[in-house]
Design a protein around this ligand. Structure first.
Ligand SMILES: NC(=O)c1ccc[n+]([C@@H]2O[C@H](COP(=O)([O-])OP(=O)(O)OC[C@H]3O[C@@H](n4cnc5c(N)ncnc54)[C@H](OP(=O)(O)O)[C@@H]3O)[C@@H](O)[C@H]2O)c1
Length: 374
């Protein structure tokens, strides 16, 4: 495939699709901030002119708005051609991700999204050859799911030769947006863990285990949750087996684990998925600034090599949604101005994580490697 873009086509650095959503608005604020500080130029895109204009008028750059629907591939391509980088924040991504990503690749523009959905990630990595042919960089999951866990996974494998297995555990008290809950409901039944080089069905609750976090968290019980790293960590680290867990109260964890064969079947039923999606806050809603600031996370990745050596990587910080916006915009700023490897990449494949994580400092973001006894 060759790109049809020529120099004069681009009038902005970044086109943000889905600018009217809860996370889309946080991303719009962040790109507006970076417009002021470093001149990053941008336009907003989505399906609804009124809502887009409202977001635009709340920003100091008052960016141009582009109205284009997801079922208009030519219109999406025309819109993408105007930018060096397209960011998509319109989800659930399993249905809304492909049209925007494909349009960006066809237009010869780089692409970033904030998905954490396994089904979409698996599809996205199958598009690698198309992205390479088009000479563009695609970086999926450049948000809370998976940037801090992708870094923890990579750090846990520092100097390891033959990574056999990585178990990742997320401990967080952060609240979820309506869009995140709808994406989780839509994923019902389409979830995996990575077992010796193959994806296997992995319903929530499938595994139960304990993790030793540094104090004050200490020993925690955790259950399997189908997090994006099941798809990204094998690419980022070469691990043959990857499982992802959420830390919760021991009683709750044990109950979820005991019931998984039942919940697995029930959560796949369309009426149940619809009911779960209905119970989520409406589009555009999520934790307010005060709640976001209170949301802290610690992520532990535990890697095991072929000799049974265990090493741990740890990341921590706060405000997952704020961090998502900062990561997506920082990534876009790098792709707009510097060279990056071509193809469809994980966050740590695309960006050197040390310098990248400097942009996450406002969220008290830290990473470190620990031996198993620490
Ligand atoms: N990786 C992470 O850590 C992370 C963090 C945050 C969010 N996310 C993901 O990002 C996505 C958005 O989350 P959110 O909380 O911001 O959701 P939200 O508030 O519901 O926003 C959804 C966005 O998608 C747009 N949209 C919905 N249906 C559309 C359609 N048919 N055509 C075009 N646009 C459409 C909406 O536009 P309208 O205003 O026109 O409806 C809105 O801009 C979710 O998939 C969520 O899981 C991931």
């Amino acid at each position: 495939m060759t790109t049809s873009k020529s120099q004069g086509d681009e009038d902005v650095d970044v086109l943000l699709y889905g600018a009217t959503g809860y996370t889309g608005r946080l991303i719009a604020d962040e790109v507006d901030r970076r417009n002021k500080t470093e001149g990053l130029t941008f336009a907003l895109a989505g399906r609804d002119k009124k809502r887009l204009d409202r977001v635009s008028s709340s920003l100091s750059a008052a960016p141009t708005t582009v109205v284009v629907a997801l079922d208009d591939p030519k219109g999406l391509e025309r819109a993408a051609r105007r930018a060096r980088v397209v960011i998509s924040a319109a989800g659930p991504f399993r249905t809304m991700g492909p049209p925007v990503m494909e349009a960006a690749v066809r237009a010869g523009s780089h692409f970033i999204d904030i998905t954490g959905e396994q089904a979409f990630l698996r599809w996205a990595y199958e598009q690698d050859a198309k992205a390479q042919d088009a000479g563009v960089t695609v970086v999926n999951a450049l948000g809370f799911d998976v940037v801090p866990s992708d870094i923890a996974a990579l750090v846990s494998t520092t100097a390891m030769q033959d990574v056999q297995k990585i178990d990742i555990c997320i401990a967080t008290n952060a609240a979820l947006s309506g869009g995140t809950r709808r994406s989780m409901a839509q994923a019902g039944g389409r979830s995996w863990w990575y077992d010796d080089g193959r994806f296997r069905r992995g319903p929530p609750g499938r595994f139960l285990r304990a993790f030793r976090f540094p104090e004050p968290l200490g020993d925690r019980t955790a259950v399997f949750v189908p997090w994006g790293d099941v798809v990204t960590a094998p690419r980022s680290t070469g691990a043959k087996t990857v499982r992802t867990f959420f830390s919760t109260q021991p009683k709750t964890a044990k109950r979820i684990h005991r019931l998984w064969p039942v919940t697995h079947i029930v959560s796949r039923l369309p009426p149940v998925r619809r009911a779960m999606a209905k119970r989520a806050p409406p589009p555009g809603e999520g934790p307010d600034a005060e709640e976001r600031a209170k949301g802290r996370f610690t992520i532990l990745a535990e890697a095991t090599d072929a000799d049974g050596l265990v090493q741990r990587g740890l990341t921590q910080g706060r405000d997952p949604y704020g961090l998502t916006a900062a990561a997506a915009v920082h990534g876009a700023s790098i792709l707009a101005r510097h060279d990056a490897p071509r193809g469809v990449l994980t966050p740590t494949q695309a960006f050197t994580f040390g310098p990248f994580s400097e942009a996450l400092k406002p969220f008290d973001f830290e990473w470190r490697v620990r031996s198993v006894n620490e």
